[in-house]
Design a protein around this ligand. Structure first.
Ligand code: GLY
Ligand code: MN
Ligand code: MN
Length: 431
């Protein structure tokens, strides 16, 4: 059943890939943490989306021959000794029989065969600048293909990122079901971990608990390195040190989501280590919470992606003025971008096989409009580091609330709402 899903996706390129053109998609290579100790392979997302094939250093070429898509794949060769050490390899035969490719070759033949495959085509699409060293390979193959036939027009090389990106942007039912489960696993994991946190815990213990809760439910890997930031660490947007002890007076910001069947979830919650917000923490929290809810409401079919952005900026500006952290006219402050000292990132991003998923944010000169099947995060925040020129009582507070929102025909579904963001519910959960 799954094989057909991937084959259908390749076939659907007939609508997007011009006649007599090829799309080249390289797979991921093994990555090493140190010496010869490798990470588990994580297949490149577009390669996975179009193949379902998860062996390293593979390569896919999809050619529109005018009537259909010819699908060609290069894969690691069968090797009895390597298979004893590293496990089964499908080899070219398995790639055809089990993954429904039209042709398959060993990957050590790609330099010899790619010029033949590309010869006579008009255009070659691939994602430029994405894989180290790959741009040169495409240029070499294309030059070699051109030099085989000097009397024909030379082949154009074109960036194909948007072609696959915009297919991936609209999730099909199979993907939505997986992502719902990814979000549910992450939400349930938050609930378990939030109940267990206490002063004196180290951030790395909390990180380990998340990984454990994810894995217990089938999400062995996190979709990205979790951020577990107590106190002021939360004001470092990409904090991943995760090695400090949590004080009772701290808030803890956790940004963690599992990967499930290759798809990402992405949740942030900020909660008090003691289980009870201080007055100042709660005042800032309430602004971010209001911004999160208002921005989620603005995610609906037909709305521009700028609507949740604008609404979150407005609510945060208004809230900071009410607390005296910003002063002046709300509209003017918003126009001048005064909120950017406190809320310096965008309200969200596409979510899918990658946590910062592919897919354009513009359609021509206009911002993208939400369409059914898109999944976006909504993640406003306020970050007040101790270096800022504000009353001392606000310093060291960093808060973000992040949910994953599916756009539907009739509005949206918050896939992560199971984990509370309402402050009273958080306090009850942690009591
Ligand atoms: N977890 C990455 C992000 O929220 O963008
Ligand atoms: Mn995010
Ligand atoms: Mn996140």
């Amino acid at each position: 059943m799954e094989k057909i899903i991937f084959k259908n996706r390749r076939d659907s390129l007939i609508k997007h890939l011009p006649k007599n053109s090829a799309l080249i998609v390289p797979g991921a290579d093994l990555q090493y943490r140190n010496a010869d100790s490798s990470y588990n392979l994580r297949q490149e997302s577009s390669f996975y989306y179009l193949s379902g094939f998860c062996e390293p250093s593979s390569l896919m070429v999809l050619v529109n021959n005018g009537k259909s898509i010819d699908s060609i794949i290069f894969v690691p060769e069968k090797d009895k000794l390597k298979e004893i050490w590293d496990g089964y390899r499908a080899g070219p035969e398995g790639a055809i029989n089990d993954f429904l490719f039209d042709q398959a070759f060993e990957n050590n033949k790609s330099d010899a065969l790619m010029p033949e495959i590309l010869q006579g085509l008009e255009k070659v699409f691939y994602s430029i600048w994405k894989k180290n060293g790959f741009d040169q390979k495409v240029i070499d193959w294309t030059c070699a293909a051109n030099s085989k036939d000097r009397h024909s027009k030379s082949i154009d090389i074109i960036d194909g990122s948007s072609m696959v990106g915009n297919l991936r942007l609209i999730k099909d039912k199979h993907e939505i079901d997986i992502m719902k489960r990814a979000c549910e696993i992450s939400a349930e994991s938050y609930i378990e971990v939030m109940k267990s946190i206490k002063p004196g815990d180290n951030e790395q213990e909390i990180e380990a608990l998340f990984l454990y809760e994810f894995a217990k439910r089938g999400g062995r890997f996190p979709a990205y390195t979790p951020i577990v930031a107590g106190g002021e660490g939360a004001c470092v947007l990409h904090y991943i040190e995760n090695d400090k002890e949590l004080a009772a007076s701290d808030l803890i910001l956790v940004d963690a989501g599992c990967e499930y069947k290759m798809y990402a979830s992405d949740i942030t919650r900020t909660f008090p280590v003691s289980g009870k917000f201080s007055d100042e923490q709660l005042q800032i929290y309430n602004i971010v919470h209001k911004a999160n809810l208002a921005a989620i409401d603005a995610v609906k079919t037909g709305n521009s992606i700028m609507e949740p952005q604008m609404v979150s900026e407005k609510v945060i500006t208004e809230g900071l003025v009410e607390l005296g952290i910003l002063s002046g006219d709300v509209n003017q402050l918003h126009k001048n971008g005064a909120f950017k000292d406190f809320y310096m990132h965008k309200v969200g991003h596409w979510l899918g096989l990658d946590v910062h998923d592919v897919g354009d944010y513009m359609e021509g000169d206009e911002f993208m409009k939400f369409k059914p099947g898109m999944i976006t995060t909504i993640e406003p925040g306020i970050y007040i580091s101790s270096a800022m020129d504000v009353d001392d009582k606000w310093k060291g507070i960093g808060i973000r609330i992040e949910d994953d929102i599916l756009v539907t025909d009739s509005g949206n579904i918050n896939l992560t709402e199971k984990v509370p963001s309402n402050p009273q519910e958080i306090e009850s959960l942690m009591a």
